[in-house]
Design a binder for this molecule. Structure first.
Ligand SMILES: [Zn+2]
Length: 213
């Protein structure tokens, strides 16, 4: 169900590790022990996101006792309303920024931008993936490239939007709308609409209302 990726940081787990079965609401807190075996409370997480330096038993609540962290499988939460993804061309790094209290809590607890120096590998791997994607994007749109190379470049871009790809969220912002609008790629159009149903803010960003039916 999680395509072998961590629900929180989108890293690929299966290559080096088996990951953890993570309880979104921590089973160690008495108010959530009833959820220990609740299917919807279980997520696949990398061992780093789940360790005590990160989520561990950290589970901050807002003033109304609602979780500040976001359950990535909760379809009622518009994730992209809380998180903003950017590629910094100067330092060539891919950042995730919280734009609401909940988004900021997510970035802080999982140290998604390595502010506390605990996620160097994550930043390196994520940035490398996004950098490669953007170079291929340049090739796909270059006026001087031959048709066969352009076709290869477009296929690579399509691959970067596959659901099992790590850091897919960046491809959703930088690549998928382009494939849908510019190349009118049917798979991309369908996938874009699927993501848009889950996230109104993404739907607006990706101009889904301007796509053909
Ligand atoms: Zn993780």
């Amino acid at each position: 169900m999680f395509q072998g990726k961590c629900a929180y940081c989108e890293s690929q787990i299966r290559i080096v590790d088996y990951g953890d079965i993570e309880h979104f609401c921590p089973k160690s807190k008495s108010e959530y022990t009833d959820l220990t075996f609740e299917w919807t409370n279980l997520l696949l997480s990398c061992t780093i996101c789940n360790n005590s330096q990160h989520k561990g038993t950290n589970f901050p609540l807002d003033a109304n006792k609602k979780p500040l962290l976001i359950d990535p499988t909760d379809e009622k939460t518009d994730i992209f309303e809380h998180l903003q993804l950017t590629w910094d061309q100067t330092v060539k790094q891919a950042w995730i920024d919280g734009v609401t209290d909940r988004g900021k809590t997510v970035v802080d607890i999982f140290d998604l931008n390595d502010k506390r120096g605990t996620r160097k590998e994550l930043i390196r791997d994520r940035s490398k993936k996004v950098k490669t994607m953007l170079v291929v994007f340049k090739m796909a749109t270059s006026e001087t490239i031959d048709d066969s190379t352009r076709k290869d470049a477009i296929n690579l871009l399509k691959e970067s939007c596959n659901i099992e790809e790590p850091y897919l969220a960046f491809a959703l912002f930088y690549i998928l709308p382009f494939l849908a609008h510019h190349f009118q790629d049917l798979d991309a159009i369908n996938f874009l609409k699927q993501v848009g149903q889950r996230s109104p803010s993404y739907s607006q960003f990706a101009r889904i209302n301007q796509l053909p039916d």
